[in-house]
Design a protein around this ligand. Structure first.
Ligand code: ATP
Ligand code: MG
Length: 234
């Protein structure tokens, strides 16, 4: 389980964007962070992944303090991150894109083979297209490659930032289904940031609403049934 307590984070010393952030991500659950543009949703994920050094607070994964652990070691401990604008290498093959997700254990060929197989079992279409340039794939398949690359590290907790931005409704549904499967079949904990409040409330098991960089509300989505309220607080 991921535990974030009293986290203060900013891009400049002594200027906090997030003040005293608290959240939990449990195995087999999707937690979502909602809030207005610029409130600090992406900043939260970047800090948990180790791209930003917090000014205070704690981040723990399965009870282990991560504050002084660099990002590449957080990956080895089970964290994965799909940023707001992930991107793939269009001129590289599907398999080479997937292999980039194995960089942190690049000398462990047995593990690489095992993770590749796991990905192809999950997304059989990627096996069929493994030698093709990724740029030739459909938008949804490219998103599969991005997610598959992240799954190479066999994460316990996935941080995912607006995974359906810019996708059609149908492709977005496919992505939400992939996230549900990761939760339900693989018991992953997922921390989802999403502009689509309706979708987030539909898929999430637990909701955090931020305002001005602080926790404003938290609870199961049933408590946010009144969308009016959800929009208002967001
Ligand atoms: N690299 C950066 N350097 C300085 N300030 C930044 C940087 N990135 C973000 N910020 C600022 O931090 C605040 C929070 O940004 P963040 O990207 O976390 O918001 P967000 O909640 O993800 O918004 P959105 O819904 O638009 O994605 C904003 O005021 C933003 O301008
Ligand atoms: Mg953002």
């Amino acid at each position: 389980m991921l535990e974030v307590r009293n986290l203060d984070v900013g891009y400049y010393k002594d200027l906090n964007i997030l003040s005293g952030l608290n959240l939990d991500v449990k195995p087999g659950q999707i937690a979502t962070i909602l809030g207005a543009n610029g409130v600090g949703k992406s900043t939260s994920l970047k800090a948990i992944y180790g791209f930003l050094r917090p000014n205070g607070g704690t981040i723990r994964l399965d009870g282990q303090d991560l504050m002084d652990v660099p990002t590449h070691k957080r990956i080895l401990k089970g964290l994965a991150y799909i940023p707001q604008h992930p991107g793939i290498f269009r001129d590289m093959s599907v398999e080479d894109n997937l292999l980039l997700g194995a960089w942190t254990f690049r000398r462990d060929t047995a593990r690489i083979r095992e993770r590749l197989e796991a990905n192809y079992a999950r997304f059989p279409i990627l096996r069929d297209k493994r030698r093709q340039n990724t740029g030739e794939l459909s938008g949804g398949q490219q998103r599969m490659v991005e997610i598959g690359r992240t799954l190479m590290g066999d994460p316990k907790v996935l941080l995912v930032d607006e995974p359906t931005a810019g996708l059609s409704k149908i492709l977005a549904e496919e992505v939400y289904q992939m996230l549900r499967d990761l939760r339900d079949r693989d018991n992953l904990g997922i921390l989802l940031v999403d502009q689509e409040i309706r979708h987030a409330l539909r898929i999430a098991d637990y909701v955090y609403v931020l305002e001005l960089g602080r926790n404003k509300f938290e609870g199961p989505p049933s408590e946010f049934g009144d969308l009016q309220k959800a929009f208002w607080v967001a």
